[in-house]
Design a protein around this ligand. Sequence first.
Ligand code: UD1
Ligand code: CA
Length: 491
Amino acid sequence: MTENALDSRLAVVILAAGQGTRMKSSLPKVLHRIGGRPLVGHVLDTARDLAPAHVVVVVRHERDLVADAVLGVAPEVVVVDQDEVPGTGRAVEVALDALGDFDGDVLVLSGDCPLADAGTLGSFVAEHREARAGATLMTAVLDDPTGYGRIIRESDGSVARIVEQKDASPEEAAVAEVNAGMYVFAAAALRAHLPRVGTDNAQQEKYLTDIVALLRQSDGRVAASVAKDVTVTYGVNDRVQLSEVGRLLNARTVRRWQLEGVTVLDPATTWIDVTATLAPDVTVLPNTHILRSTSIAEGATVGPDTSLVDCEVGAGATITRTDATLAVIGAGATVGPFAYVRPGTELGERGKIGTFVETKNSTIGVGSKVPHLSYVGDATIGRNVNLGAGAITANYDDISKHRTEIADEVHAGSHNVFVAPVRIGEGAKTGAGAVIRKDVPAGALALSIAPQRNTAGWVENNRPGTGAAEAAARARSAQEAGDGSQEAADG
Ligand code: UD1
Ligand code: CA
């Protein structure tokens, strides 16, 4: 966010009262998320970049949900309730009341149009001011204008009025230039004309767009700005558009990081939330999701097939085919392939969480390794520890969770179970297959398994006729023949 000087002549009104029927959702449309934020959150963020003196958000449908989401990220915003009169015109009218005697320019945006960036909108406001118009519309020429209001121009090229899809004649519907739903109005023009807008139309709503014709009738100036990049005008009305607009936003985010020095092999399968941060010389391999507050330090490599949610990844770390949430991965550490790294995992510098390893609420110290097939939960592991393949911390006794403490320089054998609460002292060793139920003192060797006992001939006696018994018999004969010839040679 840029810290611009406050523009005391600018107010932004964001319309977010509609239900979003076409989403077919219990969640209000403007709270559906792309790029890690609700649609309205992107609009709010852009609005704040313009440093207006006022931001007003109009709510009605699920008003508490929407108001909480808005105030949660932008407490300075004024939330205004639309009454039972429906339509975008009414929404702006109630916002205008909240602006008191403000007499500057009012930029009207929709909570469902998240792609308009501050650069585009800043120029749009500047154009309006230069034109000294009562209203300036943003328009777009679309291959398929279906659903949008159409811009009807006079023979001299000036805008005469806007006609909604549902009210359009076939000739009007054939017009490809549409109303993008973003406007700058002189507050005085809104005050003069909004009360005169009626509801005599197909939707029985008070259309904001009707103000254009009213302004013209009273000799007001209406200017129009045709968007050079039509994508900034795209709105979300259904879930097809939600994914399309989400993909466009993501493409923009990926490109921004590429220009900041991040290598992204396949932008089409790389998803980066607008809230994530990446350092130069990070490499992102295909099918990777970098979400929420995740930060990735210089020279790290993530992916392929990796999802990081709220993670902090240190410089030069490597994370491969991993699902990680709320984890801190130290510099130069390696994770995966096929690791499940759950909240509260902290892996130290040069540490390793290896293949088919699950971790949770555990600290794994500098240089320590959990390389293969393990579960480490509620554990504190010191420096330069090595856990053998198949290590399990049995942290749960059916009633509560307990911690396992493994001190510096411990080397644990393969297939150990640490029954928590338990502590393995500094430099201790454990044997293969050990079930560690009691603390191990520093420097001790812990073995917990009974000595191995072999019962000769068991398979031939107990599994006659099986392949195993036949193989055993062959081995026995070969052994006996060998012994015989040895005896003969010796004899
Ligand atoms: C609107 C425009 C249309 C334009 C299109 C661009 C009108 C009458 N039509 O149509 O010309 O091409 O946007 O995307 O303005 N809202 C309220 N209160 C309401 C109704 C809507 O706050 O009573 C809000 C909605 O939450 C939404 C925005 O206004 O954020 C636009 O409403 P929507 O119903 O999506 O309008 P469109 O039919 O897309
Ligand atoms: Ca819309």
